[in-house]
Ligand binder design. Sequence first.
Ligand SMILES: Cc1cc2nc3c(=O)[nH]c(=O)nc-3n(C[C@H](O)[C@H](O)[C@H](O)COP(=O)(O)OP(=O)(O)OC[C@H]3O[C@@H](n4cnc5c(N)ncnc54)[C@H](O)[C@@H]3O)c2cc1C
Length: 407
Amino acid sequence: MDFNDSPEEAAYRKKVQDFLKANAAPKEATTASRSRNRPEAEVLVDAKAWQKKKMQNGFAQITWPKEWGGPGGTPMQQVIYGQEESGYDVDGSFFGIGLGMCVPTVMAYADDETCKRFVGPALQGDEIWCQLFSEPAAGSDVAGLITKAVKDGDEWVINGQKVWTSGAHYCDFGIVLVRTDPGVAKHKGLTMFWVDMKDPGIDVRPLHQMSGGSNFNEVYFTDVRVKDTQRLGDVGQGWKVALTTLMNERLAVGQAGGADFKDLIELAKSTELENGPAIKDGAVREKIADWYAKAQGLKYTRYRTVSAMSQGETPGPENSITKVVSASRLQDLTSFAMDLMDMGGIMVNPDDVGYEAAFQEGYMWAPGIRIAGGTDEILRNIIAERVLGMPQDVRVDKGVPFNEIPK
Ligand SMILES: Cc1cc2nc3c(=O)[nH]c(=O)nc-3n(C[C@H](O)[C@H](O)[C@H](O)COP(=O)(O)OP(=O)(O)OC[C@H]3O[C@@H](n4cnc5c(N)ncnc54)[C@H](O)[C@@H]3O)c2cc1C
């Protein structure tokens, strides 16, 4: 591909740069952020205001059709916007799952009236959505879930438990995958619904993380009644609907961000080892060179995705490579940096350590990134089977009715 902007792309980039310069503050350092150490509720207010501003200026969900309030732009424009916005201190993380995965699923399967009701408020940042798929015994094998919905007249009654639901504690709506027929093979007895997170019977319980935050939740459903009109797709077609969400997840969960080799170079320059500055040490230099080489590999792999998108193609399973490589690289790089920081490596308060504790934060986030949106092992299976054409993983429950699978 040609890595330079076409004249149209350069003009669009200038428009984006002007908008960002006029409305947002640049990041002071690669890793610094105004969000750090502020209460989540406060950060959320700022994030909603920023989402609204983006919407009003035609920069929210750039590829969404005009019909639903989107700007109707191209994937390349979306990429350009993302590249430019990443240099600014703004927070879009609250909307990633909703706008990147849940609302596109609603747009693909709900009727016009439902879309009209939900798409606008989501784009404006007024309403946030969560994804209720994983359960305590169904994560990688999400089709093995047991939360059930039973039909009662024009309604369905949902009972069960979800887990790891990102943002459920501040979300307004969610899409929930449930079992409606345990008598058929596991992928065939599932159905998807949208739910109002304030409905009686939905109990959201935050989980506390080692990093100090609480981004995920257990969500309990006790006799939650939803209307049949809240169904997304046909009864028993939930897996097909979930694949729409998961395809979007593959795009949304891209590269692990956070501290990188540039931060490590700065740290190595300012760290004294027994034999002189760390930046002069052969072992340290070798590590930095290795992570630099991986950064270049990731950059060009990403360009491959951008190139496919600019030609109207949907990125395929090879997109999994980015997360597999970048998440474990983040974990290795931050672990090495914390060792270099000696005693300072175990301190986590940004006010007490250098680099805004970005290495510590990256180290504690990396294991989660290696799990979210498909674990390393599952993504390696995908790469092996669908990119390299190797034989399929063993699937002993294939075609077996769900209620006959030993539990
Ligand atoms: C940061 C984060 C955010 C998340 N957000 C959400 C959310 O918003 N909504 C939601 O529904 N879920 C969410 N999840 C859940 C996530 O999708 C699951 O954690 C993930 O799919 C793994 O499932 P599990 O935790 O049940 O692990 P398991 O599936 O039980 O896996 C346990 C171990 O076994 C390995 N393993 C499993 N199957 C195979 C196999 N076939 N071959 C080889 N190894 C295998 C796995 O790789 C892993 O190491 C989130 C998770 C994280 C960490």
